[in-house]
Design a protein around this ligand. Structure first.
Ligand code: SAM
Length: 182
Protein backbone atom coordinates (compact mmCIF):
# COMPACT_ATOMS: atom_id res chain seq x y z
CA UNK A 1 0.00 0.00 0.00
CA UNK A 2 1.37 3.43 -0.93
CA UNK A 3 2.19 5.15 2.33
CA UNK A 4 3.78 8.43 3.36
CA UNK A 5 7.03 6.50 3.63
CA UNK A 6 7.03 5.26 0.04
CA UNK A 7 9.74 7.14 -1.81
CA UNK A 8 8.99 8.25 -5.34
CA UNK A 9 11.85 9.45 -7.54
CA UNK A 10 11.81 10.66 -11.12
CA UNK A 11 14.58 9.76 -13.57
CA UNK A 12 14.92 11.83 -16.73
CA UNK A 13 16.77 9.98 -19.51
CA UNK A 14 18.01 11.15 -22.92
CA UNK A 15 18.41 14.84 -21.96
CA UNK A 16 19.93 16.86 -24.84
CA UNK A 17 21.42 20.09 -23.40
CA UNK A 18 21.11 21.94 -26.71
CA UNK A 19 17.32 21.53 -26.84
CA UNK A 20 15.86 20.07 -23.62
CA UNK A 21 16.92 22.54 -20.89
CA UNK A 22 13.47 24.05 -20.48
CA UNK A 23 11.47 20.81 -20.66
CA UNK A 24 13.87 18.97 -18.34
CA UNK A 25 13.62 21.85 -15.86
CA UNK A 26 9.84 21.54 -16.05
CA UNK A 27 10.09 17.77 -15.44
CA UNK A 28 12.17 18.52 -12.31
CA UNK A 29 9.73 21.21 -11.10
CA UNK A 30 6.80 18.89 -11.72
CA UNK A 31 8.52 16.12 -9.74
CA UNK A 32 9.01 18.56 -6.83
CA UNK A 33 5.55 20.11 -6.93
CA UNK A 34 3.68 16.85 -7.45
CA UNK A 35 5.11 15.01 -4.46
CA UNK A 36 8.24 13.14 -5.62
CA UNK A 37 11.18 13.01 -3.19
CA UNK A 38 13.89 13.33 -5.78
CA UNK A 39 14.76 14.13 -9.36
CA UNK A 40 17.57 12.36 -11.17
CA UNK A 41 19.05 13.67 -14.42
CA UNK A 42 20.61 10.58 -15.97
CA UNK A 43 23.98 10.39 -17.72
CA UNK A 44 24.67 14.11 -17.89
CA UNK A 45 25.07 17.30 -15.86
CA UNK A 46 23.29 20.49 -16.85
CA UNK A 47 23.97 23.57 -14.77
CA UNK A 48 21.05 25.43 -16.29
CA UNK A 49 18.62 22.79 -14.93
CA UNK A 50 20.24 22.60 -11.47
CA UNK A 51 20.40 26.41 -11.21
CA UNK A 52 16.71 26.86 -12.12
CA UNK A 53 15.72 24.28 -9.53
CA UNK A 54 18.01 25.85 -6.93
CA UNK A 55 16.31 29.23 -7.40
CA UNK A 56 12.86 27.69 -6.94
CA UNK A 57 14.04 25.84 -3.80
CA UNK A 58 15.56 29.03 -2.41
CA UNK A 59 12.30 30.95 -2.68
CA UNK A 60 9.54 28.33 -2.43
CA UNK A 61 11.34 25.62 -0.44
CA UNK A 62 12.20 22.05 -1.30
CA UNK A 63 12.14 20.29 2.06
CA UNK A 64 14.00 16.98 1.64
CA UNK A 65 13.61 16.98 -2.15
CA UNK A 66 16.92 15.88 -3.72
CA UNK A 67 18.51 16.68 -7.07
CA UNK A 68 20.98 14.15 -8.47
CA UNK A 69 22.68 14.33 -11.87
CA UNK A 70 25.30 12.64 -13.99
CA UNK A 71 24.65 9.11 -12.76
CA UNK A 72 24.50 6.37 -15.43
CA UNK A 73 20.76 5.75 -15.98
CA UNK A 74 20.88 1.99 -16.56
CA UNK A 75 23.11 1.43 -13.54
CA UNK A 76 20.90 3.66 -11.40
CA UNK A 77 17.80 1.64 -12.37
CA UNK A 78 19.58 -1.66 -11.72
CA UNK A 79 20.67 -0.47 -8.27
CA UNK A 80 17.18 0.87 -7.52
CA UNK A 81 15.75 -2.57 -8.34
CA UNK A 82 18.43 -4.41 -6.38
CA UNK A 83 17.42 -2.34 -3.32
CA UNK A 84 13.82 -3.53 -3.74
CA UNK A 85 12.37 -0.54 -5.61
CA UNK A 86 10.04 -0.78 -8.58
CA UNK A 87 10.45 0.98 -11.92
CA UNK A 88 7.66 2.62 -13.89
CA UNK A 89 8.54 3.79 -17.40
CA UNK A 90 6.09 6.28 -18.89
CA UNK A 91 5.52 5.60 -22.58
CA UNK A 92 2.52 5.87 -24.87
CA UNK A 93 3.20 2.26 -25.94
CA UNK A 94 2.68 0.84 -22.44
CA UNK A 95 -0.35 -0.44 -20.54
CA UNK A 96 -3.06 2.12 -19.91
CA UNK A 97 -2.63 3.86 -16.53
CA UNK A 98 -6.22 2.98 -15.58
CA UNK A 99 -5.38 -0.72 -15.87
CA UNK A 100 -2.25 -0.71 -13.67
CA UNK A 101 -2.46 2.16 -11.20
CA UNK A 102 -4.12 0.06 -8.48
CA UNK A 103 -1.42 -2.63 -8.67
CA UNK A 104 1.26 0.08 -8.51
CA UNK A 105 -0.43 1.80 -5.57
CA UNK A 106 -0.93 -1.42 -3.65
CA UNK A 107 2.80 -2.21 -3.62
CA UNK A 108 4.87 -0.96 -0.65
CA UNK A 109 7.99 -0.65 -2.87
CA UNK A 110 9.71 2.67 -3.57
CA UNK A 111 8.91 3.87 -7.07
CA UNK A 112 11.25 5.19 -9.75
CA UNK A 113 9.37 6.94 -12.56
CA UNK A 114 11.36 7.08 -15.80
CA UNK A 115 10.59 9.64 -18.51
CA UNK A 116 12.30 10.01 -21.86
CA UNK A 117 13.25 12.89 -24.13
CA UNK A 118 14.45 11.53 -27.46
CA UNK A 119 13.88 7.94 -28.68
CA UNK A 120 14.02 5.65 -25.66
CA UNK A 121 16.36 2.64 -26.03
CA UNK A 122 14.77 -0.82 -25.74
CA UNK A 123 16.59 -1.67 -22.50
CA UNK A 124 14.46 0.81 -20.52
CA UNK A 125 11.27 -1.01 -21.62
CA UNK A 126 12.84 -4.27 -20.46
CA UNK A 127 14.11 -2.99 -17.11
CA UNK A 128 10.73 -1.46 -16.20
CA UNK A 129 8.32 -3.37 -13.96
CA UNK A 130 5.53 -1.49 -15.70
CA UNK A 131 5.53 0.42 -18.99
CA UNK A 132 2.65 2.82 -18.40
CA UNK A 133 0.74 4.91 -20.96
CA UNK A 134 -1.04 8.09 -19.96
CA UNK A 135 -3.39 7.48 -22.84
CA UNK A 136 -2.03 6.13 -26.12
CA UNK A 137 -1.47 9.47 -27.84
CA UNK A 138 1.92 11.21 -28.03
CA UNK A 139 2.13 14.28 -25.77
CA UNK A 140 4.77 15.39 -23.33
CA UNK A 141 6.91 14.04 -20.51
CA UNK A 142 5.72 16.92 -18.30
CA UNK A 143 2.05 16.11 -18.91
CA UNK A 144 2.66 12.36 -18.53
CA UNK A 145 4.53 12.82 -15.25
CA UNK A 146 1.95 15.22 -13.78
CA UNK A 147 -0.97 12.93 -14.57
CA UNK A 148 0.86 9.84 -13.31
CA UNK A 149 1.88 11.43 -9.98
CA UNK A 150 -1.60 12.86 -9.53
CA UNK A 151 -3.12 9.39 -10.02
CA UNK A 152 -0.53 7.88 -7.70
CA UNK A 153 -1.10 10.36 -4.86
CA UNK A 154 -4.82 10.79 -5.52
CA UNK A 155 -4.59 14.60 -5.62
CA UNK A 156 -3.14 14.96 -2.09
CA UNK A 157 0.14 16.25 -3.52
CA UNK A 158 -1.55 19.46 -4.67
CA UNK A 159 -1.76 20.52 -1.00
CA UNK A 160 1.96 20.08 -0.43
CA UNK A 161 3.69 22.63 1.82
CA UNK A 162 7.48 22.92 2.02
CA UNK A 163 8.62 23.69 5.55
CA UNK A 164 11.66 25.68 4.35
CA UNK A 165 9.72 27.97 2.00
CA UNK A 166 10.55 31.68 2.31
CA UNK A 167 7.34 32.64 0.57
CA UNK A 168 3.88 31.20 0.19
CA UNK A 169 0.87 32.17 -1.85
CA UNK A 170 -2.35 33.33 -0.36
CA UNK A 171 -5.04 32.34 -2.83
CA UNK A 172 -6.91 35.28 -4.24
CA UNK A 173 -9.84 35.63 -6.59
CA UNK A 174 -7.93 38.13 -8.71
CA UNK A 175 -4.33 39.31 -8.60
CA UNK A 176 -1.30 37.82 -6.86
CA UNK A 177 -0.79 37.60 -3.12
CA UNK A 178 2.68 36.44 -2.08
CA UNK A 179 3.50 36.43 1.62
CA UNK A 180 6.99 36.29 3.17
CA UNK A 181 7.24 33.72 5.97
CA UNK A 182 8.15 35.10 9.41
N1 SAM B 1 9.77 9.68 -29.54
C1 SAM B 1 10.14 9.15 -28.28
C2 SAM B 1 10.00 7.63 -28.27
O1 SAM B 1 9.45 7.07 -29.19
O2 SAM B 1 10.45 7.00 -27.31
C3 SAM B 1 9.33 9.78 -27.15
C4 SAM B 1 9.35 11.29 -27.11
S1 SAM B 1 8.17 12.03 -25.98
C5 SAM B 1 8.11 13.69 -26.46
C6 SAM B 1 9.09 12.18 -24.49
C7 SAM B 1 8.57 11.38 -23.35
O3 SAM B 1 7.25 11.80 -23.02
C8 SAM B 1 8.45 9.89 -23.56
O4 SAM B 1 9.69 9.25 -23.47
C9 SAM B 1 7.50 9.52 -22.42
O5 SAM B 1 8.19 9.36 -21.20
C10 SAM B 1 6.59 10.74 -22.33
N2 SAM B 1 5.28 10.53 -22.99
C11 SAM B 1 4.81 11.15 -24.09
N3 SAM B 1 3.56 10.73 -24.38
C12 SAM B 1 3.24 9.81 -23.43
C13 SAM B 1 2.07 9.03 -23.18
N4 SAM B 1 0.99 9.07 -23.95
N5 SAM B 1 2.10 8.21 -22.10
C14 SAM B 1 3.17 8.14 -21.29
N6 SAM B 1 4.29 8.86 -21.50
C15 SAM B 1 4.33 9.69 -22.54
Amino acid sequence: MLSKKTRVCVLRIGHRPERDKRVTTHVALTARAFGASCFVLGDIEDQSVSESLRKVCERWGCGDFKYISGVPSVKFIEEWKSLGGSVIHLTMYGLHVDDVINSIKSSPRDILVVVGASKVPRIFYELADFNVAIGHQPHSEVAALAVFLDRLFGGEELHLIFSDAKYYIEPSVKGKKVVRVG
